[in-house]
Design a protein around this ligand. Structure first.
Ligand SMILES: C[S@@+](CC[C@H](N)C(=O)[O-])C[C@H]1O[C@@H](n2cnc3c(N)ncnc32)[C@H](O)[C@@H]1O
Length: 460
């Protein structure tokens, strides 16, 4: 089959190479019912059949779903169901794909092939405007629960879809957008000779696609920031997912550090020479074992940060005239500390830039730990005088301590079993932290005792 007759959307390879890929690889592997569905779609919809994803893209989607062991997925924009059938075939027997389209007639064109392939039970087709379905899922129990979401609808809606699907995809899940090169138009102007034959409808949406590509580039950091809801649904704490007013830079610094540490880890892995295969072998086990602990633990500091942020805000505005001098002092110290913490996080990044990973690790093990352990314990003691903080801490601390203990136990265990990689994995300094809290408490007590005669007018 000549490429020109394939009505193919591929931009990366053209001519004989594309023909070779399709003829030698993609078409021979195409499932029988996918082939039939494709042919019926072309017959019934003519030029509009170009809306279906091409055979090689469907095979890529299928591979992705299998690699990530996806079970719960969503497709926005079904048409006659080519990508939907490819998805359903790739899911395990108890997998589910929520498929949304306004056009039921098109879906019913493909349905007999879905049935013949024996995968209809994996599909929940919803005839509706996708926005209302997404809102319903967000308000229901479906937040952060989808492994994979495929968006293939109107290009002008992609940005709006993004805000919604971000709430539905699980941490570590994937959102895939179709047509982000929009048949190549993104790289050309309409008067370019090479693309003069492109239909008007493509040029109409080109700007939306270009804007979306810019938008999504900026959203990558936001994806790292995306938080899971549900586990900390405490009504007392109302900062969920909101940008922190005063402490946002600390959160960003922490994220930068985290990103950098993961780069260090990659570096360590790449440079572990003969150990690399051992590293590879244990990595899967590590991810499986550490992930649940990490996932639950990672929200705790952020949660506290949010709480502190609110306190800092209250302190600088509402309480300014009423808060006793000592409490004010604690709040200012808190502000000072978070600034210091942010500076140290940045210094770690700089250290790594100038002296390489070894220098950064050295720095991290010394200075950064001192700051985290000593200073944050002092801050903790001071903040604990605040009754709201105290009650919040009482809820959070046992879980954090328990998870930290488990995490440390696992890292030590693996290290003890002779996996050198674990020398790079930082421990959570639980014991040092509790020792430091005792030191800070007794310092605080000494300070109070020393100043007792003068402090009568200054009590909380
Ligand atoms: C490009 S086609 C989907 C092709 C399909 N993924 C495939 O591989 O065969 C786009 C589809 O999105 C649907 N659509 C567009 N906007 C929609 C919306 N807001 N809600 C639901 N469906 C929508 C259209 O009805 C159309 O069938």
């Amino acid at each position: 089959m000549a490429v020109s007759s394939l009505n193919h959307k591929s931009l990366i390879v053209h001519g004989p190479v594309l023909e070779y890929i399709l003829e030698k690889n993609a078409y021979p592997r195409e499932h029988e019912q996918l082939k039939e569905l494709r042919e019926v779609t072309a017959e019934k919809f003519g030029k509009r059949s170009v809306m279906s994803v091409p055979v090689d893209e469907a095979q890529f989607l299928s591979m992705l779903l299998k690699i990530m062991n996806a079970k719960k997925t969503m497709e926005i924009g079904v048409f006659t169901g080519y990508s939907l059938l490819a998805t359903a075939l790739a899911l395990p027997d108890d997998g589910q794909v929520t498929a949304i389209d306004l056009d039921k007639e098109a879906y019913e064109t493909g349905l007999p092939f879905i049935q013949k392939a024996g995968v209809e039970h994996k599909i929940n087709f919803i005839q509706s405007d996708a926005f209302s379905v997404l809102d319903g899922l967000i308000n229901g129990e479906e937040k952060a629960s989808f492994d994979f979401i495929f968006v293939d609808a109107e290009k002008e809606d992609y940005m709006k879809f993004h805000e919604k699907v971000m709430k539905l995809v699980r941490i570590g899940g994937i959102i895939a957008y179709d047509n982000t090169l929009w048949l190549g138009s993104v790289a050309f102007e309409q008067d370019d000779e090479k693309y003069s034959g492109m239909p008007e409808s493509i040029w109409k949406s080109k700007d939306f696609v270009v804007q979306f590509n810019e938008f999504i580039k900026k959203k990558i950091i936001a994806r790292i920031l995306a938080e899971e809801d549900g586990e900390h649904g405490d009504a007392e704490v109302e900062f969920e997912n909101k940008e922190l007013k005063h402490l946002e830079f600390v959160r960003l610094a922490a994220i930068r550090t985290l990103v950098y540490v993961s780069h260090l880890y990659e570096y360590a892995k790449q440079n572990s020479g003969p150990l690399r295969s051992t590293v590879g072998a244990v990595e899967g086990a590590v991810t499986t074992a550490v992930s649940p602990v990490y996932r639950r633990f990672k929200d705790v500091p952020d949660h506290l940060l949010g709480f502190l942020d609110k306190k800092v805000d209250e302190a600088s505005h509402k309480f300014e005239d009423h808060v006793p001098a000592k409490a004010k002092q604690a709040i200012y110290q808190a502000q000072d500390l978070v600034h210091k913490a942010a500076q140290h996080a940045l210094q770690l990044v700089n250290e790594a830039r100038t002296n390489g990973p070894r220098g950064a690790l050295h720095y991290a093990a010394g200075e950064y730990k001192r700051l985290v352990v000593v200073c944050s314990s002092e801050l903790w003691v001071k903040l604990n005088h605040n009754s709201t903080f105290h009650s919040m801490a009482e809820k959070v601390v046992p879980t954090a301590a328990n998870l930290s203990g488990k995490y440390n136990g696992f890292v030590n265990d693996m290290s003890g079993k002779g996996y050198p990689l674990f020398g790079y994995v930082p421990l959570i300094p639980v014991d040092e932290f509790s020792k430091q809290i005792k030191v800070a408490e007794s310092k605080e007590k000494e300070h109070i005792d020393e100043h007792k005669p003068d402090s009568s007018s200054d009590s909380d």
